[in-house]
Design a protein. Structure first.
Length: 342
């Protein structure tokens, strides 16, 4: 396993017959059974691989709306040994119940909380899971309907890097969270119950890094191939950081480029008007533009590797046209069939 589980528990928040939300609290932690270990390992891998996560920190009441310090206070008491894990998680459930009660759309769910260690950091994973109905075939070949936790479609989840939180009080990125499909607003109530305030704009930092790289290669004496190698190296480094759950470090990235004969990137990136943090989380979807061009509009979708620009793909900004040399075989076959049919 890639994680070492310390504690885990599940509480249920549901509506009673009068439509009021109620907590059903589990009185003891989950046993460290094979089922629990498998579930948490799967959730850890799924969550780590989620792209486009947001990052934040515990806000101070009054500095950003109505930040509620109750969750952070209880978490601090648990870490100091003043609260047991069951009592801490019960308080968290009540806080979530109170937050959900402010909204008409909520049906509740199962609140999963787990403390575990991965690599050299301690984490608290918090997720509101839903049950999903499914059919199974029994031994006597009869059908039976049952419910199971929908682990593959987690939309309300956050992970707190407890080690970073306690070691660096000025950090603004020790809480990561999944952004809703429609944007940040979907998960507002989930973050509000924890008193989480968004801190680092990951996409903006990654976009700025990409712009700095493009400006760097544009002002260099590198050949066309060397420029693309520089972009590929940046994407490779950032992808490795993303996959391992580590932050992009500008100094570390600059050292990687220097090893490839591309010096002075650190001074270039930090000396300009880019406003890059020294460290920030990677966002693959943004940085992928270093390797690929892609766009959609007016019923047309186009994507190609950056190395093809000026060779197989010729762009003329004056006439607003793109010419492709060597049409992909499967696309060529479709086009030929259509022309023959017409």
């Amino acid at each position: 396993m890639s994680i070492n589980i310390e504690q885990a528990i599940i509480h249920e928040i549901s509506q009673d017959s009068q439509g009021q939300l109620r907590c059903r609290l589990r009185p003891q932690p989950l046993l460290n059974s094979q089922a629990v270990e498998t579930m948490l390992e799967e959730l850890h891998q799924t969550y780590t691989g989620k792209a486009g996560k947001g990052f934040g920190y515990f806000g101070i009441a009054g500095d950003d709306g109505e930040a509620n310090p109750a969750f952070a206070d209880a978490l601090g008491q648990y870490r100091e040994g003043e609260l047991g894990f069951v009592e801490f998680s019960g308080r968290a459930s009540k806080l979530l119940q109170d937050e959900l009660a402010k909204y008409d759309f909520s049906q509740g769910g199962f609140l999963l909380m787990s403390c575990y260690t991965s690599m050299t950091s301690d984490y608290l994973f918090v997720a509101l899971l839903n049950a999903k109905s499914s059919m199974t075939v029994l031994d006597d070949m009869e059908l039976s309907q049952n419910n199971h936790l929908d682990l593959n479609n987690i939309q309300l989840a956050a992970r707190i890097d407890l080690t970073e939180w306690q070691a660096d009080k000025d950090s603004r990125k020790y809480i990561s969270f999944i952004r809703g499909r429609a944007g940040r607003k979907v998960a507002d109530f989930f973050l509000d119950f924890m008193g989480c305030v968004e801190g680092v704009n990951t996409k903006a930092q990654n976009k700025t890094l990409m712009n700095a790289v493009e400006d760097f290669v544009a002002g260099s004496e590198l050949t066309k191939d060397e420029r693309q190698q520089c972009r590929d190296k940046v994407f490779e480094y950032c992808s490795e950081r993303f996959d391992s759950g580590a932050d992009i470090e500008i100094k570390d990235l600059a050292d990687e480029l220097a090893d490839q004969g591309m010096d002075s990137f650190y001074d270039f990136a930090r000396g300009g008007a880019y406003e890059l943090d020294e460290e920030f989380p990677a966002d693959k979807s943004t940085l992928r533009q270093l390797k690929k061009f892609s766009g959609t509009g007016g019923g047309v979708t186009l994507s190609f590797d950056g190395g093809h620009l000026g060779q197989r793909v010729i762009y003329d900004p004056v006439s607003d046209t793109i010419m492709i040399k060597g049409v992909p075989a499967n696309l060529k076959d479709q086009l030929d069939r259509r022309l023959k049919g017409e």
